[in-house]
Design a protein around this ligand. Structure first.
Ligand code: UN1
Length: 500
């Protein structure tokens, strides 16, 4: 069976007709990174169809915003159930479309189920506060209201989970959601979107709560520039965010940006090396280094640098690179040949600036058509420009430090601030790292990737400052109204002002 036939079967299993995918615009190239083969014919949505999707979501919002939040929770509960029932099929599509190994593909689908669970609970907990008023017979409170239509632009590397972080939360908050998935990964999005449609029908929610729009840059721009998109949540490169942020801000829309990372681990002399090395191998090589949370820099104390790099080099050299649908594979393909080219260019630049490749970096021949590489471990004399740039491929640069302050400075030298980890048994060091590392996600004895959905996800500096997923990230999807209620029967002005 070809990958295209398998993808068609999986789509049918989720109730999607593989003969008619997407809108009525241009055909989107849709291929599998596993072998480069063409998958199915998917058409983009035209400008008019995108405008129609935004309008439909706007109409649905008028109904959805007045649906009580706990009732809205039932939609997300049903969505989570349907995703759970179709977990294998969705994960199969993730593997075919973006090349994740099965365990990671299943993990991505699980992440959707988890956020649906969280959102259902949240639907009864969109708490506002009541504050003591300074005026007698007055009450001061804040109430959270639905915001409007949320636009979600998601990236290829988490083709569905990141949408779900936004959508599950936005939907219980009373918003409706227009989703533009990566043009490299339309199939899993189509399948997931069909499940949302079914969930909406099952619970009697308006059909326009979550339309999908497919296409490239122009479709993204339509969401960015539409005055009817109250919040635009975009995941992708810092370059993209630099354009999107000001454009949305210029129309006073809200943005939530989830951009690049250049995530580091500090490895201190007291660390448990086995724990550290095993955690770092997953963080650096998992998803073939194509997570925004992937580990890209190791800042290691000079006294343990050789021991750590030897172990890492051995691990990198023995990682099973290959077809992600085969049992035992740990590193699948890069998304496309351009990613492998960017990796080679970065490695050449690293070597030219004094780096030494200790393991990996080479192309791995896995049949024709896919771009497979062995994750690279590169010792650097310092954090040269290439180290401080995010290359979306599995390269782990290693730099040594002598004292802890230097390690902290090296860590914070990156212009992005997504995730970080320290491996140490020294509690004071761990606490200092937690306090000083300028990242949105900062871990102790845990690698940089694989965050749980319960916490807020996102980062600082060029990562964009947005927070999605758990904790109080829901507030970004709502409008806060501060209310003063006077039951005293008399006019009383705040700050003791008398007027007349
Ligand atoms: C991403 O790479 O865009 O923390 C998201 C992680 C995953 C999500 C990554 N839960 O690695």
């Amino acid at each position: 069976m070809t990958l295209a036939e398998r993808a068609a079967d999986l789509l049918r299993g989720v109730g999607v007709d593989p003969e008619s995918l997407g809108g009525s615009g241009d055909v989107l190239a849709c291929s599998s990174p596993i072998d480069g083969s063409e998958l199915l014919t998917v058409r983009a949505h035209t400008d008019a169809e995108v405008a129609e999707a935004i309008a439909v979501a706007g109409e649905a919002f008028t109904q959805w915003r007045v649906t009580p939040a706990p009732v809205r929770g039932k939609l997300v509960k049903r969505l989570g159930e349907l995703i759970g029932e179709h977990k294998e099929q969705l994960a199969g599509l993730v593997t075919i479309e973006v090349g994740k190994i099965s365990s990671e593909a299943l993990g991505e689908v699980q992440e959707m189920i988890d956020i649906c669970d969280l959102a259902v609970g949240l639907s009864r907990q969109l708490f506002g506060r009541t504050m003591p008023s300074e005026r007698e017979g007055h009450r001061l409170q804040e109430v959270w209201h639905p915001l409007g239509v949320v636009g979600v632009i998601s990236a290829f590397n988490f083709p569905v989970a990141v949408w779900s972080w936004n959508a599950a939360i936005a939907l219980v908050c009373g918003d409706t959601v227009v989703w533009k998935p990566s043009e490299l990964a339309p199939l899993t999005a189509l399948a997931t979107s069909a499940l949302l449609e079914r969930a909406a029908a099952d619970v009697g929610a308006p059909p326009g709560v979550g339309p999908l729009v497919l296409g490239g840059r122009d479709v993204g721009e339509a969401l960015v520039d539409s005055p009817d998109i109250a919040l635009l949540s975009a995941t992708g490169s810092t370059r993209m965010g630099r354009e999107v942020g000001p454009r949305v801000a210029s129309r006073f829309g809200r943005v939530l940006l989830e951009l690049g990372g250049n995530n580091a681990v500090v490895l201190a002399p007291s660390a448990d090396l086995d724990l550290a090395v095993n955690s770092m191998v997953f963080a650096a090589a998992g998803t073939a280094g194509q997570r925004c949370t992937s580990l890209r820099r190791l800042i290691v104390h000079r006294s343990v640098a050789d021991a750590a790099t030897e172990r890492l080099a051995r691990a990198f050299a023995s990682l099973p690179v290959g077809d992600p649908s085969e049992e035992g594979t740990l590193v699948g393909p890069l998304i496309r040949p351009a990613a492998a080219e960017a990796m080679q260019a970065a490695l050449a630049e690293a070597v030219a600036s004094g780096g030494e490749v200790l393991a990996g970096g080479e192309a791995v021949p896995v049949g024709a058509g896919g771009s497979y590489v062995r994750p690279a471990l590169v010792r650097m004399p310092s954090q040269t420009p290439v180290v401080l740039r995010e290359t979306f491929a599995p390269i782990l640069y290693v730099v040594a430090y002598d004292d802890f302050d230097e390690a902290l400075a090296l860590h914070n030298a990156a212009s992005q601030g997504l995730s970080a980890g320290i491996f140490t048994r020294d509690q004071a060091e761990a606490e200092r790292f937690l306090a000083v590392a300028d990242t949105g996600i900062t871990n102790v004895n845990v690698g940089t990737s694989g965050a749980e959905i319960g916490g807020a996800f996102g980062g600082e500096k060029e990562t964009g400052g947005g927070r999605e997923s758990g904790s109080d990230a829901w507030r970004a999807y709502m409008r806060r109204s501060t209310n003063t209620i006077n039951y005293s029967g008399s006019v009383q002005l705040a700050q003791g002002v008398h007027f007349g």
